[in-house]
Design a protein around this ligand. Sequence first.
Ligand code: EPZ
Length: 417
Amino acid sequence: MSRLIINGLKRLNGSAKVQGSKNSSLPILSAAVLCRGESIIHNCPDLSDVRASINILRFIGCKVSFSGGTLVCDSSSIRSCYIPDLLMREMRSSILFLGALLGRLGKAEMCLPGGCEIGTRPIDLHLKALEELGVEIRDDHGVFHCTAPNGLCGGKIALSFPSVGATENAMICACLAEGTTVISNAAREPEIVDLADFLNSCGANVYGAGDDTIMIDGVSRLHGAVHTIIPDRIAAATWMSCAAVTSGRVILCDVIPAHLAAVTALFENCGCTVTSSGNTMSVNCPYRLAAPGVVRTMPYPGFPTDAQAPIMSMAAVSKGTSLFIENIFENRYHHVNGLLRMGANIKVEGRAAVIQGVPLLHGAQVSAHDLRGAAALITAGLAAEGVTAISGLQYLDRGYEDPEEVLSELGADVKRV
Ligand code: EPZ
């Protein structure tokens, strides 16, 4: 089992290119199933979750090639509406193939998806949204048999929570439904907008993505398209955290600053200077951070839950006390145990965590239990005196492309063994 070995207290300095967005590429790869032709996706990050999507695409009959960040998917002929458990359990976003297969074939068969254990992660909102489009779902001991006996028809979908995945599943399925679909209380994340841009370039009619009401006028078929994935705002926030805990000066290239507004505001509250021009952001960090104070995770454009973990590591070494409230997932503090082993002072009570900043963390052997928890342990390792060994890299590799290369380029002493 490989581990990341970090020798801490090295100041980060330099520039890094930010990878393409994991949470944009995954729904777009599912949506490619709708297209009767070839799609070319640029800036696609090479992640284990992307590889899992490629396995599913190939299993159902797509021809896929992937090299140098460009993924080519020919979904002219889809031969299976069934996705085996082994492939479904690889990640959470395999559930997005449900809407895609229903849109393309009018039927789908799969079990519950996998994904990081940050909560129960039900799919009730996905299923309810698809039923509004005429889908009938039979749950046979955890295997969902889905059909559209009278065809897919546009409908009104009112989401009780702005679920990113449920919004994406509904958008994907509605593109090939008969008539108009309106999704209210839709998620507003930039990845939703990127998905809509891809769908529209394939010939769909998706309006209002990025707002809380999305309208889709169904069409009879979609063709392939060429699309470039937006930058990964959470990877950018992660590298910003690594700079912040090492009093670093880092320039991030290929970012969209507007996607990081809530994150940037927090860094400025902590005493960092963040300047942006075009698709570049520079982050200059003070010797010692001020505590971020109250951090509430919220749906976009609020503070992103995916940045909560690495930014808790910032709070752990800042001057003062912080209160984190994780409003999105019910179990997203797995990284706290590792931070405590490194000398952090953190108390967790349900969805709340109180962090008393300490002057210095010390290296330790720690293990990651989810993707962003791994990012938190890396951030803490960079801030710690001595050597930190991080296991559980299978979680890290789900969402970060060559993280040790990015950090070494910036001056960190980190290697994978
Ligand atoms: C997406 O997950 C992202 N994953 C997550 O990123 C991200 O944290 C999350 O959105 C919120 O921004 C991808 O895009 C692949 P949700 P998703 O549906 O779609 C509950 C990362 O680290 N819910 O918005 O699963 C759910 O349990 C990952 O990159 C239901 O109750 O998130 C959660 O508490 C982690 N029923 C809340 O809503 C449902 O049917 C938000 O979930 C669906 C969701």
